[in-house]
Design a protein around this ligand. Structure first.
Ligand code: SAJ
Length: 423
């Protein structure tokens, strides 16, 4: 497939936080892009130029590609030269097993539209072997396409994203990208699509290696953060400043310890290690321990906060930040949310005032807690607070004027970025 000679039609299946930006960038680069999502409400909003996630520049660029006809949001799947699957691959909260049902459903929905000359690309985070399993599924249901696949016309590739929420539009374009295929032709065909909008290096490999790389990257971050969180517990007990330890240790040219925090949230770093560990029968004690350490961090933060307030019967606690990390609105799997719930539960006499200028509405799970008040701003932190608990270092909390207001309060700052002069 040479983009100079033939502009492929592309269909992006799943218009979530990765699928929609991918559809918009592909539409800008080569046009003739269709976007499909099973959620009719989402399709309607996107068709009207409303992007579900407030990534910088996404809404404006979405409206532009819709207006010039380069992106069409479709209600029914249709034929295309390239299908890109960007559907969720969550894990079960109890068993930690990956759930590929959305991917298989999407693949089955695409089946009737295949003629045997298409490239099917998975972007969703998936266990090693998923691309090969997709091929097997397609060919088991469409025996008529076996020959086309053998002759290299029907291709399968795995091209994971590695972008950072909040900076998706820029990073999708600039990050290096791993392009894995079931054979060299599939890799080359996938490269043709991605080089149309990606300025970063395209790193060619097999599909299974690409699947493994994606999981390895995020599991590595999780293990590194778990080490940072454990080191922080050691420093706390020894009364050594963890931030100074990190600054100095990271001056070693070959050491890069990440930062301790309230725990690990979001839908990638806390999930992917389970997918990696679950892909083999071998024991994976390191990866699993890292998960245990990071999942246990919210409770450790809560115990520390309650220790500081032991003498107060009805403490007023101001909590800074609810999102899963700084400068994003996303509260999914947020450790800060868990911390608020735990404090409200373990100290029902406490009054909690939660501030997050990035989170538009009070999450449902907090609305039912009688001792929690939510503010979608950084204003009005009560100067009578018995404790200010800094959980997420949003830019508003780092503002010098804001920090000045905290100067005379007792602050427990788990981010290491908000400390003014703790009492
Ligand atoms: N965290 C720490 N300490 C750190 C860094 C992060 O406690 O030093 C916490 C954060 O507060 C957050 C969680 O870990 O709760 C995850 O944060 P993250 O920034 O590592 O990861 P995500 O989920 O926002 O985005 C990641 C991408 N991260 C970065 O680029 C920094 C990237 O690794 C993945 O490609 C992407 O998710 C993905 O989609 O898989």
């Amino acid at each position: 497939m040479n983009l100079e000679q033939v502009r492929p039609t592309v269909c992006v299946v799943g218009l979530g936080y990765i699928g929609l930006p991918t559809a918009v960038l592909t539409a800008e680069a080569i046009g003739r892009v269709a976007g499909f999502d099973i959620d009719a409400g989402k399709r309607r909003d996107i068709s009207n130029g409303i992007a579900p996630a407030s990534e910088e520049d996404l809404s404006r660029r979405l409206r532009d590609v819709l207006a010039d006809g380069n992106l069409q949001i479709i209600d029914e799947l249709q034929s295309a030269d390239v299908f890109i699957f960007a559907v969720p691959t969550p894990i079960d909260s109890k068993t930690k097993e990956v759930d590929l049902s959305h991917l298989w459903k999407a693949a089955l929905a695409v089946l009737p539209h295949l003629s045997g000359d298409e490239l099917l690309v998975i972007e969703s985070t998936s266990p090693p072997g998923t691309t090969a399993a997709l091929r097997d599924l397609v060919l088991s249901k469409r025996r008529d396409l076996v020959r086309k696949a053998e002759e290299g016309f029907l291709g399968f590739a795995y091209c994971p994203e590695r972008v950072m929420p909040g900076r998706i539009m820029g990073e999708i374009k600039s990050n290096a990208r791993v392009i894995g295929g079931l054979n060299a032709t599939d890799v080359d065909r996938a490269c043709c699509v991605y080089e149309s909008f990606c300025d970063g290096d395209l790193l060619k490999t097999s599909a299974e290696t690409a699947e493994m790389v994606k999981l390895a990257e995020n599991a590595f971050r999780d293990v590194n953060i778990a080490f940072a969180n454990e080191l922080e517990a050691i420093c706390y007990e020894r009364d050594v400043n963890i931030w100074e330890v990190l600054n100095l240790a990271n001056r070693h040219p070959r050491v890069n310890i990440l930062r301790p925090g309230p725990g690990v949230g979001g839908h990638c770093i806390a999930v992917d290690p389970w997918i990696l560990a679950g892909s083999v029968s071998a024991e994976t004690p390191l990866i699993q321990s890292a998960r245990t350490v990071n999942d246990g961090k919210p409770l450790r933060v809560v115990r520390r906060a309650l220790e500081l307030l032991a003498e107060k019967d009805r403490p007023l606690i101001s909590i800074l930040g609810l999102a899963f990390k700084e400068n994003v609105e996303d509260v999914r799997e947020s450790p800060a949310l868990e911390i608020v719930r735990l404090i409200a539960d373990m100290k029902p006499t406490a009054q909690l005032e939660v501030f997050d200028p990035w989170v538009a509405e009070e999450p449902m799970s907090l609305q039912r807690l009688p001792n929690v008040k939510f503010y979608n701003s950084a204003d009005h932190v009560n100067p009578e607070s018995d404790l200010v608990l800094g959980l997420v270092s949003h830019c508003q909390f780092l503002d010098s004027g804001f920090q000045e207001k905290l100067r005379h309060l007792r602050v427990l700052d788990v981010t290491g970025r908000m400390i003014v002069s703790p009492k």
